[in-house]
Design a protein around this ligand. Structure first.
Ligand SMILES: Cc1ncc(COP(=O)(O)O)c(C=O)c1O
Length: 463
């Protein structure tokens, strides 16, 4: 795409647009008075352009969802065709795209996950999973992981373990409880792998044994926790959790809103560890953002249970025909463009690059991830491991907050990436079509921004 294809706005027009942004759009998370996020007007591949005509390199896949890259012609054409043919039917009536999509998901999903309830977002898909587990087991309690983010509605916030998300609206659902996550860089049990014996997994068993008999319906976790800090568990973790759930007769729910659909170098993250959940939750990469969609899949046992029992649950836009078409076309793209393979290969390349930056600079504490799902934990000093900056949800200021400064320096050069709510953690998650030149460019900008941050705040500091 050439620069001339991008719609041009005068500076006065841009100023008016920002005035409207500030007057009419309710801000999310951390408001920064006067801050001007890019007003996105055009997108292609990993690039997008803002109203000022500036080109950005997107290493966040927008909101970790545009896995196949922006403006994929095949998906857009498929959606246009579907719009001409059939736009919407009540969820009471199956449509051809809905039938085809649910069948496709059953063919590619882990284990014996076989039936799908479609929704419009990850949050709705999580809510669906919680309700399914509670009804299936006829028990009220669900255990999740501290630090996790599963969405912003009350059920999702309750099972989520992010204090930033939970605190403002406490109390939440009292029956939902949490255990510490597998966070090796800052082990909650103050132990080291492998001598820890995977205490974080064993802790689930311990907690279940303290609970009243038949009170816990399910355990819910992301195969690799995203919002909580891009936490890659030890290889033993998920097989151990699977075994504990079986022994204790509870449902294992995975939240694969982030990790699903090739993001980690496998189509679904449980494939890394050879296990399957009983309920799996998808969104984001299922349609790559072309149309919103969430999906909750259940295994045969749970599917059979609901053959003759009511599942009182409905969304008007459950299985919207155009969304199903977008999902089918997106799934085709993962295979046609060999994106699973590309993700694994480019993931290794970017990981090597990041390790190199870690050696040449002093404020990267840890680099971790799988495929193109990468986390970089920033510290003031590697020995003390003190986080580079606390998360500030109110008026974060680049003059005093090194994480915000770092991100702003990258923005100056047109590099977009994500931060984790769980602390000083950068998330790099480019679209799976990324090529080496784009990685080199992004890493160059990132390293320069780190150098600028070290200089500005006289880092590393030992406090
Ligand atoms: C792991 C996880 N689960 C659930 C959600 C909620 O998804 P959505 O924003 O589509 O409602 C998110 C959102 O980022 C997420 O990261």
């Amino acid at each position: 795409m050439s620069k001339s294809d991008v719609r041009k706005f005068t500076e006065d027009q841009v100023k008016n647009l920002y005035a409207d942004v500030h007057s009419y759009i309710l801000q999310r998370w951390a408001p920064r008075p006067g801050y001007e996020p890019p007003i996105v007007v055009k997108e292609k591949g990993l690039d997008f352009w803002d109203a000022r005509g500036k080109k950005w390199l997107d290493f966040q896949s927008q909101l970790f969802n545009v896995n196949i890259g922006m403006h994929n012609k095949k998906v857009i054409e498929a959606c246009k065709k579907q719009l001409d043919e059939l736009v919407y039917a009540s969820p009471t009536y199956p449509t051809l795209p809905k039938i085809k999509l649910c069948k496709k998901l059953a063919q590619i999903a882990p284990g014996d996950l076989c039936k799908t309830f479609l929704s419009n977002s990850g949050t709705e898909a999580i809510e669906t999973a919680l309700k399914l587990a509670i009804l299936y087991k006829e028990r009220k309690k669900i255990i999740g992981l501290w630090r996790a983010y599963h969405g912003s509605t009350f059920g999702a916030m309750s099972i989520g373990g992010s204090k930033w998300v939970r605190s403002p609206t406490l109390p939440l659902i009292a029956e939902f409880d949490h255990i510490p996550p597998p966070y090796c860089y800052r082990c909650p049990f103050d132990m080291d792998y492998p001598s820890c014996g995977i205490q974080c997994a064993k802790n689930l068993k311990y907690v279940l044994e303290q609970e009243a008999a038949n009170s816990v319906a399910a355990f819910l976790g992301e195969p690799i926790m995203s919002g909580g800090g891009l936490l890659v568990p030890p290889d033993e973790y998920w097989p151990m959790i699977r075994k504990i759930c079986d022994e204790k007769d509870i449902v294992l729910i995975n939240d694969e809103v982030m990790t699903g659909f090739a993001r980690t170098g496998k189509m679904f993250a449980p494939e890394h560890w050879n296990y399957a959940p009983d309920i799996d939750v998808f969104a984001k990469g299922i349609t790559s953002g072309y149309i919103p969609m969430g999906a909750t899949m259940v295994n045969k046992r749970i599917a059979d249970h609901f053959e003759d029992k009511s599942f009182g649950h409905s969304f008007t836009y459950s299985g919207h025909a155009v969304a199903c078409t977008a999902a089918l076309a997106t799934i085709d793209q993962y295979y046609e463009l060999k994106l699973i393979d590309n993700c694994a290969k480019r993931g290794k390349y970017i990981m090597e690059g990041l390790k190199g930056i870690q050696e040449r600079t002093s404020i990267i504490g840890d680099v971790r991830g799988k495929g193109l799902f990468l986390g970089i934990e920033m510290v003031k000093h590697r020995e003390t491991k003190e986080g580079l900056a606390p998360l500030e949800l109110v008026k974060p200021d680049p003059e005093t907050n090194p994480m915000v400064y770092l991100q702003d320096r990258c923005s100056d050069e047109g590099l977009a990436f994500g931060m984790s709510m769980g602390g000083s953690i950068v998330r790099m998650t480019p679209a799976l079509i990324v090529i080496e030149e784009q990685i080199d460019q992004a890493l160059q900008i990132f390293e320069k921004a780190i150098n600028a941050t070290e200089e500005k705040f006289s880092l590393p500091t030992k406090e």
